[in-house]
Design a protein around this ligand. Structure first.
Ligand code: PGA
Ligand code: ZN
Length: 433
């Protein structure tokens, strides 16, 4: 009775006001699943295609073709299939689009469908989605350590600062709930400091403060000051995490920091980041070099991989083959998991598996364009991903994901929290002994 009866799709709107794809899946027993595709702004070049209609209407961003692909092409093939067999469902979707980047169907069409099926199967079993995910993939569920943005930058804040995400983590917290409390204090302390300095320009795409800093380092100094103003000692319970998103300001091994009017080669970029690692309590750094700079990424990992978590986002795009290559090259030691970068739940879970098997950590992540969909909170818990990144401490498309984790905490128990252990690749982990 968990056979799929119908698959329908519609256009809805995301947190940036852009059209996106929502899919509803109904099973023969009446069980129901729904999911919405998110959308990135600083997308990796090798990601699954975010299929848009183009032209002038809705600035070319309409998703009419992707919606029709779900209704006319994917749906008819899935009807009658068992929703509990996620692998076969996703394979059937993949068979419809042999392109390497899902450019025929659109990754936005496939991801919303794949996740809606996942929801429907959980509903059929009358269990929460995180529990279904844990059963499906054989992981022990746990509440993740959040990475929460304090300032936005890069493509999410009009490129006012070059670095995209200035975040904190609270590995010293006793529970997920306590992380939220401490982060709240730091977030508003940062806002107060910026307002007093005339550096507060608004709210960026992911809910962090939109800063008006004179240098990237001023952002780091302000972040440290905010942690202190919140009554914490930087590097103790609270630490810093950065998403450099270097592909946004670098190509072919050359990087241009517009704010400082500085242009440099890969080696100098590595040195600069190394200075920041020495000067600030940074435990995690995402895309420190560009997606087209593997030798830079390998060198950065060689120099700092024992000390900090090095996350590949644009560099790995949730792709199993790219993770396998990163492992054999010695580039990165952590993967960011964004289901829509690859396009189906099955492929994302395989990438997650490959990373964990290699001894890497993994961070389940939202996109900068998000919605009320909370699937990733459940995926993070169900895969036991240990870390979750969904943006800042404001705007409901972000808070809905944090709040969902708080609800899961009530069922799972506050003690099932990854906390400091989530940072096995960093100097902070040494503090646990
Ligand atoms: P995006 O960026 O969702 O805009 O691509 C988020 C990130 O780089 O982590
Ligand atoms: Zn990123």
């Amino acid at each position: 009775m968990s056979a799929i009866r119908s698959v329908t799709a519609r256009r809805v709107w995301d947190s940036r006001g852009n059209p996106t794809v929502e899919v509803d899946v109904q099973l023969e027993d009446g069980s129901f699943g729904r999911a919405i595709a998110p959308a990135g702004a600083s997308r990796g070049r090798r990601e699954a295609t975010d299929l848009r209609d183009g032209g002038f209407r809705l600035r070319g961003k309409d998703v009419g073709r992707a919606v029709r692909n779900v209704v006319d092409t994917i749906g008819p093939v899935l009807v009658g299939m068992d929703a509990q067999d996620q692998t076969s469902v996703d394979q059937a979707i993949l068979a419809l689009d042999p392109s390497p980047d899902k450019s025929l169907l659109g990754g936005n069409a496939t991801v919303a469908t794949s996740m809606a099926v996942l929801h429907a199967a959980a509903a059929h079993k009358e269990i929460p989605l995180w529990q279904h995910v844990a059963q499906l993939y054989g992981y022990t569920p746990s509440l993740p350590l959040p990475e929460i943005q304090i300032f936005g930058g890069g493509a999410h804040a009009g490129r006012r600062v070059d670095i995209q995400d200035f975040m904190i983590m609270v590995p010293g917290a006793a529970s997920f709930d306590e992380v939220m409390e401490i982060t709240n204090e730091v977030y508003f302390a940062a806002g107060d400091i910026m307002a007093a300095r005339g550096a507060l320009a608004g709210i960026a795409d992911e809910g962090g403060w939109w800063p008006n800093f004179r240098s990237n380092e001023e952002a780091l100094e302000t972040l440290v000051a905010a942690i202190e103003k919140a009554g914490e000692k930087p590097g103790e319970r609270v630490v810093i995490s950065l998403d450099i998103a270097a592909s946004e300001f670098g190509s072919d091994g050359r990087y241009r920091l517009a704010l400082e009017d500085k242009e440099m080669e890969s080696g100098a970029m590595i040195d600069l980041l190394g200075q920041w690692l020495d000067a600030y309590p940074i435990v995690s750094i995402e895309d420190p070099l560009g997606e087209d700079d593997p030798s830079g990424m390998i060198e950065f990992t060689r120099r700092y991989g024992e000390r900090v978590q090095i996350i590949g986002d644009d560099y790995l795009v949730t792709n199993t083959a790219l993770v396998a290559k990163g492992v054999s090259d010695g580039a990165c030691n952590c993967v960011l998991i964004k289901v829509n970068q690859i396009g189906t739940v099955t492929e994302a879970a395989a990438t997650y598996d490959a990373a964990r098997t290699a001894g890497w950590t993994a961070v389940v992540s939202a996109r900068s364009g998000e919605t009320e969909d909370t699937s990733i909170s459940h995926l993070s818990v169900g895969l036991g991903s240990q870390q979750l990144k969904v943006g800042s401490f404001q705007r409901s498309e972000r808070m809905v994901k944090w709040n969902e984790c708080l609800r899961i905490q009530d069922t799972l128990g506050a003690h099932n929290f990854a906390a400091g252990a989530a940072l096995s690749k960093t100097w902070w982990a040494g503090k646990l002994n």
